[in-house]
Design a protein around this ligand. Sequence first.
Ligand code: HEM
Length: 513
Amino acid sequence: MLFWALVIGAIIVAWLYRLNKDYVVLACFTKRVRTVDGTPLENSVALPKARTIFGNAFDLAVSGDNIFTFSRKLAATMKRSYLQYGFFMPFYNIITADEAEIVMSDQKNLITKGLVYNFMVPFLNRGLLTSSGKRWHARRKMLTPTFHFNILGQFEEIFKEESKKFVENLEASDLNSITLNEIIPRFTLNTVCETALGVKLDKQMNADQYRASFRMIEEVFVTRIGNPFYLIDLVYNIFLAPKIEKHISIVHRFSSDIIDKRRQLLAAEIEREPGVKDDENEDFSSKKRYAMLDTLLRAERDGLIDHAGICEEVDTFMFEGFDTTSMALLFSFMNFSLYPEMQERCYQEILEYVDDDISKLDVNQLAKLKYMEYFIKETLRLYPSVPVITRETTSETILPNNLILPERTQVIIHIIDIHHNPKYFENPNTFDPERFTPERSAGRHPFAFVPFSAGQRNCIGQKFAILEMKTFFVYILKKFRVLPLMDAKDVTLAAGMVIKTPSAVKVKLVKRV
Ligand code: HEM
């Protein structure tokens, strides 16, 4: 009996040993990446040493680092893109512009978002950010006119109103110490709410509750990506999901109610003027400002989308347009305080190109603020609001760089590491907006600076974001000089749905006379 048990055991071990050539057996049979020409894998991609016998599945856990620091250290040691084997799937980590280009330019196999986006589904369902295939194509086509130049011009009025209100609130506060993390998110959420839904958030009864629920949803998301056990849906559903059920329904109800009201308004409008034909770029009501929602309501009337679809797109806009812009504003604001000469240059540019009557500020004047644009871009290079994006292979995928990725490989593009690569940016840790002048940008790899991603799944709201940020800083810099209260070295970074800084970012303001 013992003899047969030993024989069977030996056969199983021999079988597993053979199998380990193609699968990382102890990482739950994760299929290995291969090379097209059969040369050793390490010639085509770096292979960080696994820290346990379970492939790289527990490397993060045993390192003692948080996920953000862990990834930065790996990029610095590997110096090229690297491969890890987690439970069930490989992780192909990209830190060069060449490989980012391969993925971002792919039209077919690499446009499906990675596993981590599934965590947002309870909140965003399958809106533009999380969907793929035909549904994504149809929605992208439907929503693209929302960011048409003429419409951005209308949104400019909202950016101005909110910036003015922000400056007025600042004037009433203690200018000696302003904690940016506390005040900027209010501005960005107000702005995106009015542009997406057509209502002023501050005037809504449940605005504070809405903001708080938004925050809670984000906190739970961050907890989920930081703990491998929460990757398992069952564990998440039992221990974490109940904590945010209430908050998700608050956020969903908020947008759903506004959508219903705006739909009724639209119907009433049409009834009053039945002969009037809609134009894509015109408001359906002469009395009301255009909102992104209007495009969706028109599509609903044409049978292209239903109420649930409209809700998921509106929630997606609110989510994408909120924290991303907040973090970019926060770090730009901090940089104004740290680099006074550059701040002065932006101010002089404002004096030169912006009408003294700030209420006349428009997209044409903003387009002339080139140095300010370089300044914001340099901030986004050093602190990209979305430091990492991911894709998933939906079938075995052959890449032009000799790699064959198995189905369900997670392809992680570390935008932040590409932006810090000295190959593309000399002295990458130095803040130098003039890197973005046409002369100095010439010849740079087109995928070396990709804060808004690139290719067909790039950020639909990038022009919107740049306009919003420029408007905000015109209002700030016209009124105040921004002085430092901290050093850039004091800022710690962490991973979240977008880049996070657990430290308070503070500046001092002095009114210009
Ligand atoms: C500084 C501000 C912003 C940054 C850095 C940023 C960055 C990005 C990035 C990197 C992506 C690609 C995500 C991925 O591949 O997974 C993305 C997608 C997206 N962004 Fe932005 N974003 C910003 C502002 C905005 C704003 C203001 C809006 C809307 C009002 C917006 C709406 C979207 C949407 C809907 C997508 C999904 C597009 C698609 O998959 O077709 N973003 N953004």
